[in-house]
Design a protein around this ligand. Structure first.
Ligand SMILES: Nc1ncnc2c1ncn2[C@@H]1O[C@H](COP(=O)(O)OP(=O)(O)OP(=O)(O)O)[C@@H](O)[C@H]1O
Ligand SMILES: [Mg+2]
Length: 509
């Protein structure tokens, strides 16, 4: 059996898997015997020291101790301003995620025997460079050797492709707890080529829960109980109940939610129809993204051979109905939406742990698996248009470019003896600087040259979609410097080191 595991680090639930001796991936149950572990951390203070609890117990405590519980931390990955203060320590999103990963690491070790150190961790395809780096760091802080961060839809397609041995174009629609992705892939034997991907990292089951919470709160208000959502304890309690009601509505046309608020008991009846009406705009957003991806990939529905629905939220009947109506196809039904991503990650982990990055191992008796992924974000730099003198964004690597990749562009100095060149690394697809984000900047020294001297800027995206920049002075043909973008939003090596020491010192329940 492989010692490297695959981890689906989800917004709401996480799962892990390993490839067995038979070459087939299987889910590793957690210590409580569950196939998935809620990505929820309860911070308990025991004798002046944090004793975090992760998983189902922590999730149940969210309703009674909302101030001590962190949920949905994946939504904050790469956000330099998000912090959680426990009684004893201030946690970054990477550290909170590391606690979840540490719990999984412990449980994997218990299930498989010994220490499990190597892992592939999945991320939404739409995660940008900073969020991928944060995820990798979270793994390192938890004590993992992170072999790779892998896109969730690619992982799902691998697990599906292995099982079914079917070629053709697969469209993966992944609506999870906190994020949404659509990816089109072409599978040919064991070759997986991603054609296009798009998504919204802030759209998921969480938003559907919010809509249901609003329906219930409005009804309770109409019955005389004003201000339910403004009360943190009542709101946390309602969140758990709303999620349960939402799941029930996937199977039955109506359900009831019982809430106690300000000492009164309320019963609210919710129909699937009312819920679907309230969330129609969310479903429409996913529909638009599907169409964009079809467009970007240059596909017609007739070209799509398999429609995969993954992510727990794809169990909502309206998802299946919308996709069936849009595509005229029946989604595949024999995919477990909660497990597919972790299973595919385990396959990749086994391949990666076989050495030098070039996957050569055979799983399930076929030929070696190769994955050709694409970038999910355009990368560029700010330049001055020589005619209009206006700032423009020059896209060097457009979205949906195959990775790893390297692209360069030549720019010209604006003044005689210009001493510095400033590289603003932008993320986005627009030529208008107002519509892109500057994710890093650096200033490099330039030797004296006349105005109009050429300078080449080179961008590289590695296999993890992490960005490297190099600048070459074309007059002297010398490299002026090579750098990973210094992202304000990520921890530096020292901080990762300190965080690792802190997390290593904690016992996780
Ligand atoms: N039967 C169901 N009907 C509706 N929603 C469901 C059902 N089962 C699970 N869900 C929802 O699916 C979501 C969890 O899905 P999943 O485990 O795929 O997400 P995740 O991996 O945690 O999140 P992400 O992939 O966005 O990071 C939750 O919002 C949950 O309420
Ligand atoms: Mg997921």
């Amino acid at each position: 059996m492989s010692r490297a595991i695959g981890i689906d680090l989800g917004t709401t639930y996480s799962a892990m898997a390993v490839v067995g001796d038979d070459g087939a991936p299987r889910i590793i149950d957690n210590a409580e015997g569950e196939a998935t572990t809620p990505s929820v951390v309860l911070f308990q203070d025991i004798d002046g020291k944090d004793s975090p609890m992760v998983g189902s117990m922590a999730k149940h405590m969210a309703a009674s101790q909302p101030m001590d519980v962190v949920q949905f931390v994946k939504r904050h990955m790469g956000d330099p301003n998000w912090r959680f203060d426990s009684a004893n320590y201030t946690y970054t999103p990477e550290e909170v995620s590391a606690l979840i990963l540490k719990r999984l690491k412990q449980d994997a070790g218990q299930a498989l025997g010994g220490s499990i150190d190597d892992a592939v961790i999945t991320v939404p395809a739409y995660f940008d460079d900073a969020r991928r780096t944060s995820t990798k760091q979270a793994g390192q802080i938890a004590g993992f050797n992170v072999l790779r961060v892998l896109n969730e839809p690619t992982a799902a397609a691998i697990s599906y492709g292995l099982d079914h041995d079917r070629d053709g174009v697969i469209l993966v629609y992944d609506l999870g707890g906190g994020t949404f992705d659509v990816t089109a892939l072409r599978v040919n034997g064991n070759d997986y080529e991603v054609l296009a991907t798009d998504g919204n990292r802030n759209l998921g089951g969480f938003d559907f829960d919010n809509a249901l919470m609003q329906i219930v709160a409005d009804d309770v208000a109409a019955q005389g109980g004003e201000g339910l959502l403004a009360d943190p304890v009542a709101a946390a309690d309602l969140r758990e109940k709303a999620e349960m009601a939402k799941r029930a509505l996937s199977n039955v046309p109506q359900t009831s939610v019982y809430v106690t608020f300000q000492g009164n008991n309320y019963r609210v009846r919710v129909t699937r129809q009312a819920f679907e009406d309230a969330t129609q705009s969310l479903i429409n957003q996913t529909r638009d993204t599907v169409l964009d991806v079809m467009d970007d990939a240059g596909l017609e529905w007739g070209d799509v051979d398999h429609l995969l629905l993954v992510g727990g939220s794809s169990r909502m009947p309206m998802v299946r109905e919308m996709m069936q109506e849009l595509s005229g196809k029946r989604p595949e039904t024999d995919v477990n939406p909660d497990e597919a991503v972790a299973l595919g990650a385990a396959v990749q982990a086994t391949l990666e742990s076989q050495g030098d990055g070039a996957p050569t191992m055979t799983i399930g008796g076929g030929s070696p698996i190769t994955i050709q992924d694409v970038t999910s974000q355009g990368l560029g730099t700010i330049s001055v248009d020589k005619d209009t003198r206006q700032d423009i964004n020059v896209v060097l690597i457009p979205r949906n470019t195959q990775i790893p990749c390297m692209k360069s562009e030549v720019f010209y100095t604006m003044h005689d003896n210009q001493q510095h060149i400033r590289v603003d690394v932008t993320q986005g697809d627009s030529n208008n600087p107002d519509f892109v984000a500057i994710i890093g900047a650096t200033e490099l020294q330039l030797p004296p040259h006349p105005k109009g001297s050429p300078v080449e800027i080179i961008y590289r995206y590695d296999i993890d979609q992490i960005v490297q920049v190099e600048v070459i002075d074309l007059t002297t043909h010398q490299s002026l410097g090579e750098f990973e973008i210094d992202r304000e939003s990520n921890l530096d090596q020292g901080e990762v080191h300190e965080a690792s020491a802190h997390v290593a010192g904690l016992t996780i329940e």
